[in-house]
Design a protein around this ligand. Structure first.
Ligand code: ACO
Length: 335
């Protein structure tokens, strides 16, 4: 094994399904309105898979191909897969196994990361360690979600249902080419005190049987959220951890060329940006089009921003996330 000095993002890609679901579409299924959703969250529409039978690993395939092309690599160059998702194709095995098979790279190791909105950052820390240790040269890091089949599209589920959408992002993590490039700092956290403030209760190995008809009637197989509590924690923890990684990287907020926050709520990100002193012009905001795609939001946002010319090789990119667990983290990387 030959260790390397630093890892960076060699290429990035994304994919969203073609079916657009607007707030007005949801208002036909539940008591809500475009005005309520836009005011509270900034979301105008989201994407849903076109039909049953499409899993998170299917959305990851085109995102991966786009990332490989961006990096000038092919499937055969992938040495390991890290797949971040809270909506795996099936409970087990992990979606990384399905993805490797679909990419035609059987034998390549695949690790699923179950850290919800912070999944991409947790995965990035693992990919960085593997690359720097010389264990794997090119690590495919994916964040992909199919939420639309797991939300309750009626009045009971409306608080959660309006927030989420389907999508995927993928990054190829490999050795930095010059000494200024690379991951400069990353910090991760979790606190189970909030585990039940955003969770999906069943099916559960903690219950025997794991799922009953009564649980289905009660809707325990749909996500439940204490939105206010999540909001409070997110607006405190995202700035706190972002400041820490900037400090560790010896960078000021003004050195950040692009801020890619997790997309849970536009209001959360406006508050986080204001606390950090990073202007909206430097902040990725695509929640309006896609809603919250959980583990996919950061690679999806970075991929779009890179293609729009909002960042380039040498740019300092700050990423931050908060979500279910609670889990949160931030990273700063020079592309
Ligand atoms: N449409 C209309 N009304 C609604 C809807 C809806 N979709 N959902 C809830 N309401 C109602 C509520 O029932 C409540 O009615 P009441 O006052 O009669 O009881 C009223 O609207 C206000 O509800 P609140 O929960 O107080 O609304 P709030 O201003 O807190 O906004 C929101 C809710 C947008 C969910 C906010 O709390 C939030 O964004 N939280 C964080 C979301 C988040 O970050 N999620 C986690 C990340 S995802 C992950 O990790 C997987």
């Amino acid at each position: 094994m030959k260790s390397v000095a630093a890892s960076t993002i060699l290429g990035i890609g994304h994919y969203v399904p073609s079916k657009v679901v607007t707030n007005d579409d949801l208002a036909k299924l539940m008591t809500t309105s475009d005005e309520w959703i836009v005011q509270r969250t900034g979301i105008k529409e989201r994407r849903y898979i076109e039909h049953s039978g499409i899993g998170a690993s299917d959305l990851a395939v085109p995102a991966t191909k786009m990332a490989l092309e961006h990096a000038g690599l092919t499937e055969k160059d992938i040495d390991a897969i890290i797949f971040a998702t809270l909506s795996p194709d099936h409970n087990f095995p992990g979606s990384g196994c399905f993805l490797g098979h679909k990419l035609g790279i059987g034998g390549v190791p695949a690790l699923d990361v179950r850290n919800q909105c912070s999944g991409f950052l947790y995965g990035l820390s693992i990919a960085d360690a593997w690359v720097r240790a010389g264990m794997y040269e090119n690590v495919l890091l994916v964040g992909a979600e199919v939420h639309s089949t797991g939300i309750e599209l009626n009045d009971r589920g409306r608080d959660v249902a309006v927030l989420f959408g389907d999508g995927a992002g993928a990054a190829i993590i490999g050795a930095a080419k010059d000494s200024n490039q690379g991951l400069k700092a990353i910090e991760l956290h979790a606190d189970g005190v909030g585990a039940k403030d955003l969770w999906l209760e069943a099916p559960a190995s903690a219950y025997d049987p794991r799922l009953t008809p009564e649980m289905l009637v009660e809707g325990k197989h749909f996500p439940a959220m204490n939105g206010k509590q999540v909001f409070r924690w997110a607006t405190e923890k995202m700035p706190e951890v972002s400041k820490k990684v900037l400090e560790e990287a010896k960078l000021a907020a003004s050195d950040v060329d692009l801020f890619v926050p997790h997309q849970a709520n536009l209001r959360i990100n406006q508050m986080v940006g204001a606390k950090l002193g990073i202007p909206e012009a430097k902040t990725v905001a695509n929640i309006e089009k896609y809603g919250n795609t959980t583990a996919a939001t950061i690679p999806l946002g970075l991929s779009e921003a890179w293609r729009e010319g909002r960042c380039r090789r040498g740019s300092n990119v700050l990423m931050a996330a908060f979500g279910s667990g609670f889990t949160w983290g931030a990273a700063v990387l020079t592309l």
